[in-house]
Design a protein around this ligand. Structure first.
Ligand code: UD1
Ligand code: CA
Length: 452
């Protein structure tokens, strides 16, 4: 959607967050607030995206430059209000003969399609500004939409509102589309209000005073324009996202036993007939196949899990897991773990940068790191890959159909051939050829008991 520029306001101190981190860098479902807004805006491919920075600008600029190369930054040295913030973008945008979408960096849930309708509507009605509003039950803290004979007259902030205006339930979302009259209107804004700030909201009455057309559109889903000013509102936004996700999953054939007692990230992909039990936390970057069971206090992030797998009370991060895999209870699957079909990882076992091929089992109390384990291998209880020599990490390779007895240490680098048998209690320091039995432990001695 060409022919508009976007201004994202992110210079405010965010005092109400009571944080050393700038407000717009606080994360909603793992993604900074400002990135949510940048993503919704970017999807519309504007001619320019300008972010206004002020307090702690370095952190925000560094982050945004790392995730997008299309953003221009301007700086508002003193935070004199939202109109003053937009004024700082004039030097970048004045010559663009297009509409300007102004949006706060703290309204993360707005959809691209809503922004597109706002811009289209402003163009179609040939308005100087179109304000996106919402009807809410509790309008406290928001700017109120004041109407005269049903038409938008002005926006009044909480601190400046009369008792009657405070009753108004229609609020300003902080999202507007202006035409090029914006710059003229901004030059007329005065800090005549309780906070002594230059308010962007005053441009509405100013443009009306110029005899220009000012318009309003009401967002269908009020949750989209939820502003985040404090921790309570951040938690509410999190809940809105989660509830939406849970509804989507329930509608698509996924069972969630107790929706109030799980966290499922907005980007999770889950197949039908999978059952999510209470206590599960599915963080960002997760895809789970069909007919899986995820049970108990399991945490999963950045992982792909195949159909018919079961995860019980386990921590899974950065793993690729095949079909019919069983993990847990109490397993730790760390980044770089690849568990192929039918693998079993049992209680108190940990894997890291390890490929465990199909049908293999690591059932109890083991650590398998920097390793390749072939097919149909049984790893006995308490087996450890000693992968770290204090400076470097080394590989352990265990061939298919090998049987590793309990309490074995593999001192890496070490290579075990196919079908080998490693005796329980062995500390393996040399390679074992295929088909051999390796015993690497002190011989048992039997001695006469000393009588006391
Ligand atoms: C603002 C609106 C209010 C609206 C609400 C919607 C004004 C005066 N009020 O109130 O009508 O209902 O959003 O969420 O605009 N910022 C700057 N520089 C400044 C001040 C603020 O860049 O000098 C940025 C902030 O970082 C923030 C945005 O502007 O992203 C809005 O500021 P904020 O203080 O959160 O305004 P609200 O009180 O929420
Ligand atoms: Ca706000």
């Amino acid at each position: 959607m060409k022919n508009f520029s976007a201004v994202i306001l992110a210079a405010g101190a965010g005092i109400r967050m009571k944080s050393s981190l700038p407000k717009v860098m606080h994360k909603l479902s793992g993604k900074p607030l400002v990135k949510w807004v940048v993503d919704s805006v970017s999807a519309l491919k504007p001619d320019n995206i300008v972010v206004v920075l002020g307090c702690d600008s370095e952190i925000i600029e560094k982050y945004l430059s790392g995730v997008s190369s299309n953003i221009k930054f301007v700086y508002q040295k003193e935070q004199l209000g939202t109109a003053h913030a937009v004024m700082q973008t004039e030097k970048v945008l004045k010559d663009c003969d297009s509409n300007v979408l102004v949006i706060s960096g703290d309204v993360p849930l707005v959809k691209s399609s809503t922004l597109a309708s706002l811009i289209k509507s402003n163009k179609k009605t040939v308005s100087a500004v179109t304000v996106l509003s919402a009807e809410v039950e509790n309008s406290f803290g928001y700017g109120r939409i004041v109407k005269n004979n049903g038409f938008l007259e002005k926006i009044v902030e909480e601190k400046d509102a009369s008792v009657a205006e405070k009753q108004i339930k229609e609020i300003n979302s902080g999202i507007y589309c202006f035409n090029k009259n914006l710059w003229k209107a901004l030059s007329k804004v005065k800090p005549n209000n309780a906070k002594k700030e230059y308010y962007i909201t005053d441009t509405v009455a100013i443009l009306r005073g110029f005899g220009k057309k000012i318009s309003l559109i009401v967002v269908k889903d009020k949750n989209e324009v939820k502003g985040v000013n404090n921790r309570a509102e951040l938690a509410q936004a999190e809940l809105i996202l989660k509830d939406k996700k849970i509804k989507e999953l329930l509608d698509n054939g996924i069972s969630i036993i107790d929706a109030n007692n799980v966290h499922i990230s907005y980007d999770a992909r889950i197949g039908r007939d999978t059952v999510i039990y209470p206590g599960v936390f599915i963080d960002t970057g997760v895809s789970i196949g069909r007919s899986c069971t995820v049970k108990g206090a399991s945490y999963i992030t950045n992982s792909k899990i195949g159909d018919d797998s079961i995860i019980l009370y386990s921590y899974v991060d950065g793993a690729v897991i095949g079909k019919k895999v069983k993990i847990g209870p109490f397993s730790h699957i760390r980044p770089g773990s690849v568990l192929r079909n039918n693998v079993k990882i049992g209680n108190f076992s940990e894997t890291k940068k390890a490929v465990i091929s199909k049908n293999s089992k690591v059932n109890h109390l083991s650590y398998i790191g920097d390793a390749y384990v072939g097919e149909d291998v049984n790893i006995g209880a308490g087996t450890i890959t000693c992968n770290y020599d204090g400076i470097n990490k080394h590989q352990t390779i265990i061939g298919s159909k090998s049987f590793v007895g309990s309490n074995v240490n593999f001192v890496a680098p070490v290579r075990i051939g196919q079908g080998a048998l490693i005796a329980a209690g062995s500390t393996v320091t040399c390679d074992v050829p295929s088909g051999k039995l390796a015993i690497a432990r002190a011989k048992q001695e039997l001695k006469r008991k000393i009588k006391l």
